[in-house]
Design a binder for this molecule. Structure first.
Ligand code: UDP
Length: 313
């Protein structure tokens, strides 16, 4: 259906993620170059699924991976592009304090205690149940509220089941606020992030985690699971805190709430890291370089191309 509706006459076509990858097979003859862009964690792919996908991926002129460590070997050139945020978009731009206040009022979230927030789909790899457990442990020692914000994503079949588990774990706890939106509004997500004292992204598996870049850009101290692209953004103890368990997450919540100077420093360093590495200007530069590299395959663009030897054996 997509191949009938789109004529793909551009010089560069970028197809994102596995779902539409097979489009390449339906679009011959191809005019421009085709690149497959992978946003998901490929450290340990299901071999059966990867074997199926690979025959499509290898028809492309190249593949871009977002997550750093060991993308699987493919016979086409591999590039590594980190995702990026737009600082002027509704999700990230400065907001009036009155708008932030009204958003929190709209969702009935009191501002009487420090707020710890995770913004993410209700997905097992985002570990929302682990977030609640970590919060409950920390709250025994420091007063705080937990805000879980997630919207309904059409291609996320597990969301309802995970949400049920999240609600069970939260019980009737008045300090835990679960916001499940049909369509989230970018400026409201921005407001939730800006109103928070700590942002959690306690992922167990992760592609890149744009939510981490968004929070760091807003000078928030971030506690992130050491998975996928999160360690690229969080240098432990310098631009945030990396954790591997519920216990570590709860310990870092206590630590950051009781050491505001440390929390502020992490936020400032985090903002600088996003400014230097994860803004759309960097992204534009890489796409322009990619166009050049595809146009002049005989030239070396070492800053762009990822060595095949980094592939998983
Ligand atoms: N997001 C949103 N509303 C929600 C949950 C997430 O707008 O209720 C946004 C979030 O701000 C981020 C993106 O969706 O921009 C999620 O990207 P990320 O890389 O963190 O995770 P993914 O969902 O792609 O695994």
């Amino acid at each position: 259906m997509n191949s009938r509706q789109i004529d793909f006459c551009e010089d560069l076509v970028v197809i994102h993620d596995p779902q539409p990858a097979a489009l390449i097979q339906w679009s011959a003859p191809r005019k421009g170059k085709w690149i497959w862009r992978c946003h998901i964690d490929m450290t340990d792919p299901n071999q059966q699924v990867w074997g199926f996908l690979r025959r499509y991926i290898e028809q492309y002129d190249g593949a871009i991976f977002s997550s750093p460590p060991f993308p699987p070997k493919v016979s086409v050139p591999q590039y590594q592009f980190y995702p990026a945020i737009d600082p002027l978009a509704g999700k990230n731009r400065q907001l009036e304090p009155a708008y932030i206040d009204s958003t929190l009022e709209k969702y009935k979230i009191p501002r009487d205690k420090p707020i710890i927030t995770q913004v993410s789909r209700y997905d097992p790899w985002k570990d929302p149940v682990g977030v609640i457990k970590a919060f409950k442990r920390a709250r025994k020692h420091v007063p705080c509220r937990l805000l879980l914000v997630g919207d309904k994503v059409a291609d996320d079949p597990e969301a309802e089941a995970i949400l049920t588990k999240v609600k069970e774990e939260a019980g009737a706890d008045p300090d835990i606020h679960i916001v499940f939106l049909t369509h989230s509004i970018p400026t409201e997500i921005n407001a939730f992030q800006r109103a928070s004292d700590i942002i959690l992204q306690k992922s167990i598996r992760e592609g890149f985690a744009l939510t981490v870049s968004e929070a760091l850009w807003k000078y928030r101290p971030v506690i992130g699971g050491a998975a996928g692209g999160i360690p690229m953004q969080i240098i432990h103890g310098f631009t945030g805190m990396l954790v591997h368990s519920v216990e570590e997450a709860s310990m870092q919540i206590r630590r950051l709430l009781s050491q505001p100077n440390l929390a502020r420093r992490l936020g400032e360093n985090g903002h600088r890291r996003v400014r230097d590495k994860f803004l759309i200007t960097k992204w534009l530069k890489r796409y322009l370089l990619l166009l050049l590299a595809l146009d002049r395959p005989w030239r070396s663009f070492s800053c762009l191309r990822r060595s095949q030897s980094l592939g998983k054996a």
